[in-house]
Design a protein around this ligand. Sequence first.
Ligand code: BGC
Length: 446
Amino acid sequence: MAPRIEAPEFRLTKTDVVKKVEDILAPLKLSEEVQKRIREVYDEEMRIGLARNPSRKSCLQMENTYLPELPNGTEEGEYLALDLGGTNFRVILLQLEKGRVVSDEVQHYFVPEPLRVGPGSELFDFLAACIYDFLETRSKLDHKLPLGFTFSFPMTQQDLNVGILVSWTKSFNCPGVVGEDAVKMLNEAIQRRGDLEVEVVAVLNDTTGTLVQGAFLDRKCAIGLIIGTGSNACYIERVDRVEKWEGTHGDIKEVVVDIEWGAFGDNGVLDFMKTEYDQMLDKNSLLVGSFTFEKLFSGKYLGELTRLVLVKLAEEGLMFGGKIPSQLLRPGSFPTRFVSLVEQDAVLKLARPVSSESCFHELGIEHGSDDLKILQQVCFAVTERAAILLAICLSATLMRVDREECTIAVDGSLYKYHPRLHHLLEHYIIKMTPGKKVLFSINRQL
Ligand code: BGC
């Protein structure tokens, strides 16, 4: 069993301060009863999401990806892959031999904010310009390359190369794309240029891409999981349970279902566990009222959640000598990487919490040693809640996968760079899925 790391020791002498800090952090603790209720609600939303004629709409999209089968190891040749989901757009050239990647070249292009929230056509023109730059630099402009597009947003898919955007998430909100086919928009941008030979053959969500990559290496892989800026999972489901899939399925027995669990709770089913910090975070977010579950813990939000708790503690006179540092009043000023840094101190158990100090230092905030201890308590609390929430939904998903042994392919910056989250997640998964043999495999980032 993964080692369990205990909360940093809390040695404040003033017991009333300790008590008040605990009271402020208490809503972030998920009691067994609350955990059970989240699990029940999640199970129910999954069931409704797959049903043919449900009496109400589920907040879980449970999208049939139409991924006909996982790779069979015969794929050969040069492929272009695009990856859009965060602030960096990636263009990748892959060389496949017998289904294996034998070489890859990657280039990152930063997507500036005006493009992330400006007209959709401009965003797609930018993507096409990046493809041009990538191929021109490599003298491959005249190569006819098949292109796979990883578009890490909720889509409805009617075919492997059709992905209709359901809603923007994370830091994107370009008008004119919701309800449109992202592949068509990309093809149109490519045609507008008239100087590219590429053809978009498939569009995938990043969870699906992660599952496919994981299945290359391990046939037991049945779940793709992303814990990054956003969060989501997909899994292999029995076709007879995907009731909403009408028509004939031929010989297909299993299908990859993209859960889109970031939207879990958007219909109010999680309201009972949302804290005042979650409500405030949502109110100040780019897409208010959407992606409830994702906002509770994912990389785009964990730092912000921490900031809101710190502000509350300062307001209550429990930190910074009762003076609220102006730096902390700016939304987004406490990035999630700071949570990882603070948690590193808890893991390393150094005599001096140097990483935590460096966060306050970077922000230019004067602090005392008790402030550092409280900061650690806050980061511990938001991390613990993140791991439990993820484990609840992941274990419920695992129980649907018809295998005793299951590998989960994981990707995403929060999972990779947070020093404790993966241990915690493993710990809770073992607790919540008795009888299952579960393995996490981290995907190599191309
Ligand atoms: C998107 C998902 C994606 C996840 C991880 C979410 O915001 O809705 O489609 O898989 O982020 O990137």
